[in-house]
Design a protein around this ligand. Structure first.
Ligand SMILES: Nc1ncnc2c1ncn2[C@@H]1O[C@H](COP(=O)(O)OP(=O)(O)O)[C@@H](O)[C@H]1O
Ligand SMILES: [Mg+2]
Length: 223
């Protein structure tokens, strides 16, 4: 079967004035369904840049990224981001003027889900992440970092895209919440065939992955 992603000497170079930075260098590899991947590596090694390429937020400046066999350069990336992948950002990126519930509903509404149904789905996901009903009408600034992170995860999972790209999804969570969320993510991989790609510093989280990749100075290595 076609892998979800295939990287063929994929590069990304930031061009900042005179000094360009090669953030990803000749990355090779495949990512498949029904697997959880952990990408580990020091700060500045290119992990977020790589994830951004998979998320269709930036095109490779060299080489190729294929999504289910199709060159990312040739696909409608806006539609791709709306329907095919869900991204969990390092800094949550919740909408500050929307409540927790509205944040989770929003991507469902973009997909045309009727209002009542999206509220029901959003509530279910929030509960699954331990955000109880009395917090659904809270704004992000009224929630702790860990709660905001869990709302962001609920939002990513609600639209049921079977490719999840997560940048440090457990970075602000305690051990108990980390274990709970990793269990939830593992279940989506095992039972629903998700392709889950996590950038993580957390040993606990990395230990759950089927495949661990290391990034060092823009180079992606399998171990
Ligand atoms: N928007 C940007 N403009 C210029 N350089 C950037 C930008 N974002 C990241 N970089 C640089 O690219 C390299 C990789 O960054 P990043 O992908 O964020 O690494 P990581 O997520 O592993 O910490 C770093 O040297 C970083 O400074
Ligand atoms: Mg990063």
């Amino acid at each position: 079967m076609e892998p979800v992603f295939a990287l063929q000497r994929a590069c990304f170079r930031y061009e900042d004035g005179k000094n360009g930075i090669s953030a990803v260098r000749d990355a090779e590899g495949i990512f498949e369904e029904k697997k959880m991947y952990a990408i580990v590596g020091k700060s500045g090694s290119g992990k977020s840049t790589l994830l951004g390429m998979l998320a269709g937020m930036r095109l490779p400046t060299g080489g190729t990224v294929l999504y289910r066999g199709k060159d990312m350069r040739g696909i409608d990336r806006e539609a791709y981001r709306r329907t095919e992948v869900a991204m969990i950002h390092q800094a949550y990126h919740l909408f500050p003027r929307m409540t927790a519930l509205e944040n989770v509903c929003y991507p469902l509404e973009l997909l045309g889900t009727p209002y009542r149904q999206s509220k029901t789905l959003a509530g279910e996901k929030l509960l699954a992440l331990g955000i109880l009903q009395d917090q659904w009408n809270s704004y992000p600034e009224q929630l702790s970092g860990g709660e905001q992170q869990r709302v962001a995860i609920a939002r990513a999972l609600a639209k049921r895209s079977r490719v999840i790209l997560a940048d440090e999804p457990t970075g602000n969570l305690d051990q108990e919440n980390t274990e709970h969320i990793m269990g939830l993510l593992r279940k989506l991989v095992a039972e629903e065939g998700y392709c889950m790609i996590l950038v993580t510093h957390d040993r606990e989280a990395a230990g759950q992955a089927d495949v661990t990749l290391h990034m060092e100075a823009g180079m992606l290595n399998y171990t």
